[in-house]
Design a protein around this ligand. Structure first.
Ligand SMILES: [Zn+2]
Length: 165
């Protein structure tokens, strides 16, 4: 079991886009499993590779109450169904103590590869759909703080400055 260090906002490395993975080799498989170990260890329900300082397009998610339903998606591509939106209160392992209600498409379909390089798809809604979209955002350098209103953004950065002083 390997617990990786998770980058913390405002680390600029969290803002860099991640690269597609062309070859799923032992290194990618190890990364995915280390990411799962790290996510479970920290009590999160999702983690994206750039959060552990690896700019490659892989995410791990587990929204089950029992924490035994890991989902690993390599090169995930998001499609959404219909216009229905849903709002969930989201947190992030890279931004402690911040919870933001984010409005996102309610029903999604994600195309990806599994660790055996086979095409796979995830389709559904609810909390899991929100978490998957949150993790895909990380692959493009988008963070939860982007969803804050200008006023809340200012409040958040003031709180951060106090913490780093
Ligand atoms: Zn996050």
């Amino acid at each position: 079991m390997t617990i990786l260090a998770v980058l913390q906002e405002p680390d600029p490395r969290l803002r860099k886009p991640s690269q597609r993975i062309d070859l799923i080799d032992a290194e990618v498989r190890r990364l995915a499993h280390d990411m799962l170990d790290t996510m479970y260890h920290l009590g999160g329900c999702g983690l994206a590779a750039p959060q552990v300082n690896t700019r490659r397009r892989v995410i791990v998610v587990d929204t089950s109450a029992s924490g035994d339903a890991p989902l690993i998606l390599v090169n995930p591509v998001l499609h959404h169904h219909g216009d229905r939106m849903a709002r969930f209160e989201e947190g992030c392992l890279s931004i402690p103590d911040l919870y933001v209600a984010v409005r996102r498409p309610a029903e999604i379909c994600v195309h990806a590869l599994d660790l055996d390089s086979n095409p796979t798809a995830w389709e559904g809604g609810g909390w899991a759909a929100a978490v998957i979209q949150h993790e895909i955002d990380h692959l493009d350098g988008r963070l939860l703080t982007d969803a804050l209103s200008p006023k809340d953004k200012m409040r958040h950065s003031m709180r951060q400055q106090r913490r780093h002083r």
